[in-house]
Design a protein around this ligand. Structure first.
Ligand code: AHR
Length: 483
């Protein structure tokens, strides 16, 4: 096939936040995965594991959404600040009915983000929380001057306010966040967001709870009634191979057909974004409101022998395909999609990293985020292919003098020979990196952590003005070009 890059065609900026992460109080996502405590024998800085932070820093995590998910609408932030030993112990009713110690709270979250050098996305509680509670949380986090909450923050050891970049006003309020009708939630949204006050110079971007996959009516009602009060509206969509929540399909040991349906379902993201965006355009033609896909990724049956409420699943080269295909779709809609947060960062669903005790392994999905990180804040450039392919996904962006092209070949067996041409300023390939696998459920384990890892890619050649790329089956490649 032939891919043409229109190197001078100026597209929208691909927000770095599209590469956002999500960490919920769910299973071993926080406890064990991120937080081990200061006294742990696992190397840590202020209780947060060093191996995990180092791995995440290497993929330039731009933002972490916290504390949920469904947990957010049951979370009462005051339980999670102050003297650790005195914090209230609660039941995590959404996720396994386990004890939540509140050991990881607001201060620990900001410590995590400071170690990752990333921005912050707090999800507030609308489902079971009060307006006052949310208002006071914002005051606690962001008030620079004197106030009851700012004094309490100082008493708890933090002098300066933190920066809250994004604030979600509830989560899945059509479901676990209160089973609300869109009309009712739209009114609640307007009310709660009113009391998200601006303290000092900080401007917090407010995110309304948006639709569950194809619920276009939710988006319509919210946009009609509350668009003026929001900076973003969310969208949640998960790739479930079977399409059935009671038996979603397994993370490993799946058939060729399951591979194909998984990719097909991942590609549905394009249709969902297009249709929700069309509705948003009616109420917000200037595209002031961002679409925030703050939950996405693959969702399989949990691994045998694990707590069903912990949503722990293996991660294979198939997940790498899901990630690459989805990130490419986000790029194509970068004019509207301003943030996306894969679910979830560590040990939950389509994770970047898996941990067990002091061990940690990087997943194939991690390597896609690594291969695609050069696109963060890049300018999308125009591309087209001939013939169009239903097994190759590709995306290109420009930043300064560097052009980055990423290609995913999600065919199970066919090597694709790609002739790459350029219209506009000519760039030369400088280097390539890739991941690939021999088997469709290839994955990394603690015993075999290097089955799918990033390697140097040499399967390209420049002749005259054409670059020939040989893309192996089940591979994701990034080529870097310079002038
Ligand atoms: O990511 C797991 C869960 O999926 C989240 O808590 C919830 O918002 C969604 O249903």
């Amino acid at each position: 096939m032939k891919i043409t890059m229109l190197t001078n065609q100026k597209g929208p900026r691909i927000s770095k936040y599209i590469y956002g992460q999500f960490a919920e109080h769910l299973g071993r996502g926080i406890y064990g995965g991120l937080w081990v405590g200061e006294d742990s024998s696992i190397p840590n800085k202020n209780g947060i594991r060093t191996d995990v932070v180092n791995a995440l820093k290497a993929i330039n995590v731009p933002v972490v959404r916290w504390p949920g998910g469904c947990f957010a609408d049951e979370y009462h932030w005051k339980d999670g600040v102050g003297e650790a030993s005195k914090r209230k112990t609660i039941v995590n009713t959404n996720w396994g009915g386990v004890t939540e110690t509140n050991r990881f709270g607001t201060h620990e979250y900001f410590e995590l983000c400071s170690q990752l050098a990333c921005d912050t996305y707090i999800n507030g509680n609308v489902g079971s929380g009060t307006v006052q509670e949310m208002q006071e949380w914002v005051e606690y986090m962001t008030m620079p001057g004197e106030s009851p909450m700012a004094s309490w923050r100082r008493k708890n050891g933090r002098e300066d306010p933190w920066q809250v970049t994004f604030l979600g006003i509830g989560n899945e309020n059509w479901g676990c966040g209160g089973n609300m009708r869109p009309e009712y939630y739209a009114d609640l949204y307007r009310r709660y967001q009113t009391f998200v006050r601006k303290y000092g110079e900080q401007r917090i971007s407010k995110i309304a709870c948006g639709a569950n996959s194809g619920n276009y009516q939710w988006t319509r009602v919210l946009m009609e009634r509350a668009a003026h009060f929001m900076d973003g509206i969310s969208l949640h969509y998960y790739t479930v191979p079977s399409g059935e929540w009671h038996d979603k399909g397994n993370a490993t040991g799946f058939t060729e057909d399951e591979w194909k349906t998984t990719i097909k379902r991942a590609k549905r993201m394009d249709e969902l974004i297009s249709r929700h965006a069309k509705i948003m355009d009616q109420y917000d033609p200037e595209k002031k409101v961002g679409m925030i896909v703050d939950e996405w990724g693959s969702w399989y049956n949990v691994e045998k022998g694990t707590n069903p409420g912990f949503l722990f699943q293996q991660n294979t080269i198939r997940d790498a395909m899901v990630a690459a295909v989805t990130l490419t779709i986000f790029h194509q809609h970068a004019d509207r999609v301003r943030m996306a947060n894969i679910a979830q960062m560590v040990n939950v669903l389509q994770a970047m990293l898996l941990t067990e005790g002091d061990q940690m392994v990087k997943t194939p999905t991690y390597y896609v985020f690594d291969l695609y990180k050069a696109h963060q804040d890049g300018e999308l450039i125009g591309t087209y292919s001939d013939p169009s392919s239903d097994t190759i996904s590709y995306t290109a962006s420009k930043k300064g003098e560097t052009l980055t092209l990423s290609i995913c070949n999600y065919d199970l067996s066919r090597t694709e020979k790609i002739a790459l041409t350029q219209v506009g300023n000519a760039y030369h390939p400088l280097q390539g990196e890739y991941i690939a696998a021999e088997t469709r459920d290839a994955h990394n384990t603690f015993d075999h952590p290097n089955v799918v890892i990033k390697k140097k890619f040499t399967g390209y050649k420049m002749q005259e003005n054409t670059v020939t790329v040989i893309a192996p089956p089940m591979s994701v490649i990034t080529l870097t070009f310079g002038k």
